[in-house]
Design a protein around this ligand. Structure first.
Ligand code: SAH
Ligand code: SF4
Length: 428
């Protein structure tokens, strides 16, 4: 999601006539697109902003901007002012579309008349989606279908910094997707904090997915993130009805114990989650399922953590993003009794070991089979890679193939957990 936001920011700068540079020393404008979902992300961004102080001394005309969800935190505006007085522009998540205008405004003044611009408003209502985007992820294009979140999971800062759920109109989404497919994009990924609760003009997510899946192009359709409390068999039925929709679901479970799920406010039980997995696998046996899993949430006992490990063993995710819980200001869980860091560390190590072992074992299920791959990367030394519909990366000798091609690849080797194969039957 942040990558896509950065594409919008880069597009804004390009439409002002700026060009991207790999060397920060030559930059005329620096924009920090921040994230505050975990403490580690926030610490990193503080260090990076601090690094710019010297550049600003060397080049007083340099314009330094900070945008993204960190700016929406209560009191952050004052913190940024006092810690980093050299910042010129701070915009909140709902004001980022003003970035171009504000940069023009600042650069039109002589230095001594330049004023700092801090505009952070409530992020709860408006949808502005008329950005020129500098897309960087061909053959994939990200498409936001909704913004914000209403769920208030007790550990999560997103609803505070991204505001209430707002869905884009189905027509504007369909228009954008058609335009991208006409431009030659081969994979569309629909984005939202909880895509399953999409609702606009009486369209729910299933209806939207159905309409996009039916577009008559050769392309792949993915979506994320799904929330287990709202994920339904109707969505899986639509996935099976369209060839374009990938056999892949990212379904964050967060924890395997009902006590912890309840304390997190996730609104589903371990049993309901396992039922969803069975339902998905009954309808789509080779569906790739990935997850987000967190350890060290306050109240998580050894038994609770054991249940998370047992759930991971039972589900056997293709892959999982694993996180150590970090307290976020203003959330319910921040006020709860915290788990010591050494216990969190032990748990995350065990969880990662288990998931790595499962991912490796699952790699062998691909051996000696042929998959359609969308080529996503080609290296100079004749190597290419691409994903299967169910989300596994495969490496192969590329020959004539180029990024964006659909190819049949026969998997003939598993090295560590990576898949290697060769092109079969040439190009489609
Ligand atoms: N909307 C998505 C998640 C978005 S945040 C969902 O509900 O699944 C991405 C992931 O970051 C979450 O799934 C969670 O695992 C992790 N995360 C969120 N807040 C966190 C916190 N305070 N500490 C550690 N991980 C966190
Ligand atoms: Fe955060 Fe929960 Fe909303 Fe996901 S669903 S963004 S974890 S509050």
């Amino acid at each position: 999601m942040n990558v896509h936001e950065s594409e919008k920011i880069a597009g804004t700068l390009v439409s002002l006539g700026y060009v991207a540079t790999d060397d920060i020393n030559f930059a005329d404008v620096i924009v920090f697109n921040t994230c505050c979902i975990r403490d580690s992300a926030e610490k990193k961004i503080y260090a990076k902003i601090g690094d710019v102080k010297g550049l600003k001394r060397l080049n007083e005309l340099l314009i330094v901007c900070v945008v993204g969800c960190m700016t929406q935190q209560t009191g952050m505006s004052d913190t940024l002012k006092s810690k980093f007085p050299f910042i010129d522009i701070v915009l909140g998540t709902s004001n980022v579309h003003l970035l171009g205008e504000k940069i023009k405004e600042i650069s039109s003044f002589y230095l001594k008349n330049r004023k700092k611009i801090y505009e952070i408003t409530d992020s709860s209502t408006e949808i502005v989606n008329d950005f020129y985007e500098l897309r960087t992820s061909y053959p994939n294009a990200w498409v936001n279908i909704m913004y914000g979140c209403n769920n208030y999971c007790t550990y999560c800062i997103v609803p505070f910094v991204r505001g209430r759920e707002r869905s884009r109109s189905p027509q504007s989404i369909l228009d954008e997707v058609k335009r991208l497919l006409d431009e030659g994009y081969k994979e569309i990924t629909l984005l939202g904090q909880n895509v399953n609760s999409y609702f606009s003009d009486n369209w729910n997510f299933a209806k939207l997915l159905d309409a996009i899946g039916a577009l008559s192009f050769k392309f792949r359709l993915r979506f994320m993130t799904s929330h287990p409390k709202d994920f339904s068999s109707e969505i899986v039925d639509i996935m099976t009805a369209h060839k374009s929709i990938c056999n892949f679901i990212h379904l964050p479970v967060q924890a395997g114990s009902n006590n912890v799920l309840k304390a997190m406010g996730r609104q589903y039980t371990r049993e309901k989650y396992l039922d969803l997995i069975s339902m998905i696998r009954n309808k789509i046996p080779d569906c790739g399922i990935t997850s987000d899993i967190m350890v060290g949430f306050p109240t998580e006992s050894d038994e609770d953590f054991f249940e998370t490990l047992e759930l991971v063993k039972a589900v056997r995710f293709t892959n999982a993003f694993t996180f150590v819980y970090s307290p976020r200001t203003g959330t319910v869980a921040q006020k709860m009794l915290q788990i010591p860091a050494n216990i969190k560390k032990e748990r995350i190590t065990k969880l990662i070991e288990l998931q790595n072992q499962i991912s490796q074992e699952k790699s062998y299920e691909y051996l000696n089979k042929t998959y359609e791959i969308l080529v996503e990367g080609v290296k100079d030394n004749d190597l290419a890679c691409g994903k299967t519909s169910n989300g596994r990366l495969v490496n192969f000798k590329c020959g004539e193939s180029k990024i964006g091609d659909f190819l049949n690849i026969h998997v003939d080797k598993v090295k560590a957990s990576a898949l290697w194969g060769h092109i079969e039957n040439g190009r489609e």
